[in-house]
Write a protein that binds this ligand. Sequence first.
Ligand SMILES: [Zn+2]
Length: 475
Amino acid sequence: MKYEAVIGLEVHVELSTKTKIFCSCTTEFGGEPNTHVCPVCLGLPGTLPVLNKKVVEFAVKAGIALNCEIAQFSKLDRKNYFYPDLPKAYQISQYDLPLCKNGYVEIETSEGKKKIGLTRLHIEEDAGKLMHENLEGSLVDYNRTGVPLAEIVSEPDIRTPEEAYEYLTKLKSILEYCEVSDCKMQEGSLRVDTNISMRPVGAKEFGTKTELKNLNSFKAVQRSLEYEIKRQTKVLEEGGSITQETRRWNDQKGITEIMRSKEEANDYRYFPDPDLVPIIITNEWKEEIEKSLPEMPHHKKERFISQYGIPEYDANVITSSKALAGFFEKCVMEYSSAKTVSNWVMGEMMRLLKETGVDIEDVPIKPHQMAVLLKLIDNGTITGTIAKTVFEEMFNTGKDPEKIVEEKGLKQMDNEDELREIAVRIIKENPKSVEDFKNGKDKAIGYLVGQVMKATKGKANPQIVNNILREELVK
Ligand SMILES: [Zn+2]
């Protein structure tokens, strides 16, 4: 029997308002433990929460960008459970009337475009953080308590780990474009829980699912789902059954491990929070928020294709990040060959971002410097090969390209006498290639050019080298 996976994702994203959801404490990341707190976010008796209007605005903004219906009437509920990082023993969240529902995210798959449905987007407060240090007990830091969260729940529309990865990447990019969250996973601004079950292909009913909590990278989501698909399929094929349970992902071992089994659904005894009034969103307010939305990735992509004439593939890659798209567009303002810029952004820039793990926001290269670098290639000051070295130095230090070229003596060699001397030597050293060339193998010259480039550490003007070699070889 062939099985297919049914995957649903829950994403918690911290909204980047300056202050917390129910008090005026800062939402800033870090800080000495328990310094970003007040009686309200600690839930001390007698305190009253006051809803931060910006939180609603940010959530509605995200909801509109995610094609959701925005509720005109919505309320906040208490979700009761006891946990040491939750000082009130209840979390203020939304139960039956979320702020946004029925949205979707469109992703590209190998079989074309696909819409992943969004069940809901609601707001809630974040909990604190337990620290299990080398002590006899655990410590708790309440700085994060009361930081506003949007919880985004997808429909079980995802079928493969790749689709899950695409969905998360797209979702993150939309949230970044809206500027409602910085989505920094390493700081916990974006956390992912997954649900996964297997069912025979063609079946309508869902199988028993397992849950994976707090995955801290999209790669981890993808890998853990791949693992669960294999594990669950094997159990089913051997005639066993899946237990409903929460599992954790062990990234080092590359496996999922049982955390706790869920005997039955938790009873949170939700009820409307009596301290907070319902949220009313008027049409005027909604329209105002809608107008404040910036250009979304798919619009930007279409515009880049038509305005700059770059291929759809390039436009897709570049607009996947708002910062990358901004960098590209500023470069193009100073250097008109958009395709050249896009090649560099997709090639060298993305390679270094991947290798170093640096955020594009933290790369010190200014678009102006990038344009200057490309002009240095065009006017023959440096070769394309050398430009890559210069770019890497710019990436690491933020220095001007001219300065790097000067300091490191990277100017292109175009002195014919000098190059001829090297070319003659290379010809002597490579009799086999010379013979090949004379026997009509024109490709052999490429090898010789390569040898001259190597001898000059990439600085020789390849066109001049080519001409000299051809002259010398027919002598
Ligand atoms: Zn507070």
